[in-house]
Design a protein around this ligand. Structure first.
Ligand code: ZN
Length: 337
């Protein structure tokens, strides 16, 4: 089969890879209907993380082709959406809603390909009510990571009625954090963004205010909007020192930060954190917790998160998709195997 492999920074190739096979009796093999490039794939692409000869991709939707002997709930022919972390969905951590930290958690990899192996299929995958209409596939694909992650960030930040929510990061996760905050009933949603295309989509997803300044200047602008107090809820969707401090400083005492940007060399100053009085919660999103609800909202066409894909390419042209995102010409690239 064909699949994407990253050989080193900036070096993404589509090549022949061995077909995945059932290894554990709890595995499933899916025929990938759509995959995509994640903002986190750009860290190794830019050489910040070291990847060598690594099959790429952890977001996926597709049709189940094979199942192991112990798979009971998922059946061949199901159209499924799954999280980027496989989980048993039965251990104490899973039952508490933290499936990405399941005692058997395993990263799903290599889904930018024609087929993929999904471990712990019964715990990881959720079948849709039937075969989706073609136009629903991009939205269902977002549920696999970016939507689930933006949603978790909004929940972790306790976005809800009467709240002002601020979003640091205007990539796909931040934009879908806006959508999630809106869906959860937030009163005012502010996004920090200086890119016209992203501002437009943020507004469509429910943002009420835009701030183009960053860092402490951005924080000052935000505080002007709410009597100097800061937001009740702040979504951090970047993962750098600057973005994390901007998120903490934008949050009022007693407020909540939901951080989901993969942390890169972030160091929190203890004294500032101590006196901030803010709640910090985040990490790799337990997407599986939210999948049934997100699939329902998409199936019923109440939300259209697939709008974050502004570039669609055949799998064979994956390298172009990485390049466009790296150069910020695209928000997110969908790949069709
Ligand atoms: Zn578990």
């Amino acid at each position: 089969m064909r699949g994407v492999v990253m050989h080193g920074p900036g070096d993404v190739r589509v090549q022949d890879r061995e077909n995945p096979r059932i290894i554990e009796p709890t595995d499933a093999i899916i025929k990938v209907a759509a995959a995509c490039v994640c903002g986190s794939d750009l860290w190794p692409y830019r050489g910040v993380d070291e990847f060598h000869d690594q099959p790429m991709g952890h977001e996926y939707v597709g049709v189940v082709e094979q199942i192991g002997d112990q798979v009971e709930d998922i059946t061949i022919g199901d159209f499924v959406v799954g999280s980027f972390f496989a989980s048993d969905n039965t251990c104490e951590i899973c039952r508490a809603g933290y499936q990405s930290r399941c005692v058997h958690a395993e990263l799903v990899g290599g889904t930018q390909a024609q087929r993929a192996r999904i471990p712990l299929a019964d715990g990881t995958l959720v079948a849709t009510p039937g075969m989706p209409d073609a136009d629903l596939i991009p939205s269902l694909l977002t549920a696999s990571d970016v939507l689930g992650t933006g949603w978790f960030a909004a929940v972790a930040a306790e976005a809800g009625p009467g709240k002002t929510v601020a979003v640091v990061g205007d990539g796909a996760v931040g934009l879908l954090g806006v959508l999630a905050a809106r869906q959860l009933g937030a009163e005012r949603i502010v996004i920090f963004s200086r890119h016209a295309d992203r501002q437009k989509l943020a507004t469509e997803f429910g943002a009420t205010d835009l701030i183009i300044e960053r860092g402490d200047e951005g924080v000052a602008k935000l505080k002007e909007l709410n009597g100097g107090l800061g937001a009740h809820s702040v979504i951090e969707a970047v993962g750098t020192q600057e973005s994390m401090m901007q998120a903490i400083r934008a949050t009022r005492p007693g407020g909540h930060v939901g951080y989901v940007g993969v942390s890169h060399d972030v160091r929190l100053p203890g004294e500032e954190l101590f006196f901030s009085g803010v709640h910090l919660h985040g990490g790799p999103a337990p997407v599986r917790r939210f999948l049934p609800e997100l699939i329902r909202l998409i199936w019923d066409r109440e939300i259209n998160p697939g709008r974050v894909f502004d570039l669609e390419l055949p799998l064979e042209e994956a390298a172009q998709g990485y390049k466009a995102m790296d150069e910020r010409r695209a928000i997110k690239t969908l790949l069709r195997p």
